[in-house]
Design a protein around this ligand. Structure first.
Ligand code: GDD
Length: 378
């Protein structure tokens, strides 16, 4: 653990003392705004970092060695040099190595902890269920235990997911809807969400879960369907790809815009008392509609034909097939149409999503085009 400045790395030495030296931080972060983020290199981690830096926080992020080559989002924030280097500090570490995480928490004494880390791909959770459950379930438990032992109060945000509802018995879902996950990822998130409730009640820990529905952005990983679609549509427009292969086009998701969601995460930790919140737009749109919007933003109108694995989409102008369904991307069980009711967030956090469904598709497609323009400009 501790902090290393490796060759080619711009992770700074977070604490100017040997890694094993305990306790007193150089500045007492209990007296000013400081946050610790697990999963800082991810989409949400990077937007949350920007939000917190803009609020004057010192942000500490946990980075796995394995993320060395997957840090582009957070590295770009650092490269902009808008903030002093010591306002954003990255620490090598791993939630499976909890002793060192405990030590780190003691050293930096954050006022707020945002726990965003963990295997986040639902489809992949069927391939690697044990890793998924360890990274989500046991890591959250370990963090809660670590917080329980601290001698100062910390506010804890847990990134829960709509996948805890899986095949929901009510629609739209609220904070009180019963859990009914249908994949290992959802099971692990349900476990972690319930633990946050238990630790809140049993030990008075300020722990709360944001039950977030899908939230996307140009920083989304390419293995999630929205980014795969917007990237594919742009590549097809520029002749860099012939066909986009997708799984279930019937699935519907409640899609919002990630930068708006991190604001709600932060507001949750500013409340008087901890509470769970559904973070959602309240509207669902299908993968097919998202595809159509992303291609339309690229000036390509599509005509869909066929059903199930036979479904294709052709360009209306040339008749070329540009989208095909590929059963390799189907999941053993598909979560039902998940739609969230964020009334409580609206009331208590003053939060309401602005960018919804196909607007997100258009925004992401425009960002891909801008990226191509920048590449072409050299
Ligand atoms: N990934 C992927 N790739 N999904 C596809 C594809 C494909 O080629 N084709 C169709 N889909 C469908 C999936 O079957 C699913 O119904 C839907 O597209 C969305 O898939 P993902 O983008 O992988 O997201 P997710 O809904 O499973 O999970 C995301 O949202 C959750 C709720 O916020 C992830 O971000 C989770 O970590 C998050 O908890």
């Amino acid at each position: 653990m501790g902090c290393h400045t490796g060759a080619g790395s711009n992770i700074t030495n977070a604490i100017p003392m040997p890694a094993q030296t305990p306790t007193t931080p150089a500045t007492d972060s209990r007296t000013h705004r400081s946050a610790f983020i697990t999963g800082i290199t991810g989409q949400d981690g990077s937007y949350l970092t920007e939000h917190l830096l803009a609020q004057g926080y010192t942000v500490h992020g946990l980075v796995r060695r394995a993320s060395m080559f997957n840090r582009s989002r957070i590295d770009k924030i650092r490269a902009r040099q808008e903030y002093p280097a010591d306002q954003l500090v990255l620490h090598y570490g791993d939630l499976s190595d909890l002793t060192s995480v405990r030590r780190l928490l003691r050293q930096i004494s954050p006022r707020e902890v945002y726990h965003l880390a963990g295997q986040s791909h639902v489809g992949l959770s069927f391939e690697i269920p044990e890793v998924t459950c360890h990274e989500i379930g046991m890591a959250t438990l370990g963090l809660l235990e670590a917080l329980r032992d601290l001698d100062y109060p910390v506010r804890f945000y847990h990134a829960a997911s709509s996948e805890i509802f899986g095949s929901p018995v009510v629609s739209p879902q609220t904070e009180n809807s019963p859990f009914n996950p249908v994949n290992p990822y959802g099971c692990a998130k349900a476990f972690a969400t319930q633990l946050c409730r238990v630790y809140r009640r049993a030990y008075g820990i300020f722990s709360c879960s944001g039950i977030a529905y899908n939230h996307e952005s140009p920083r989304r990983g390419e293995n999630f369907v929205t980014r795969k679609i917007t990237l594919g549509a742009t590549r097809i427009r520029h002749g860099r790809q012939a066909v986009l292969h997708l799984g279930n086009l019937e699935a519907k998701r409640d899609w919002g815009y990630a930068p708006e969601y991190v604001v709600a995460m932060w507001r949750m930790l500013q409340l008087e008392s901890p509470e769970d919140f559904v973070l959602a737009t309240g509207r669902a749109c299908s993968i097919r509609e998202f595809v159509a919007a992303a291609f339309a933003e690229n000036g390509l109108e599509l005509a869909f034909e066929g059903r199930g694995v036979e479904e294709i989409a052709r360009r209306k102008d040339t008749g070329e097939v540009v989208v095909k369904v590929d059963s390799r991307y189907f999941r053993p069980i598909e979560s039902s149409e998940l739609v969230g009711d964020a009334s409580l967030a609206r009331k208590s956090l003053g939060w309401a999503p602005q960018t919804i469904g196909t607007d997100v598709a258009s925004l992401m497609a425009r960002a891909e085009s801008e990226q191509v323009r920048l590449e072409q400009a050299g």
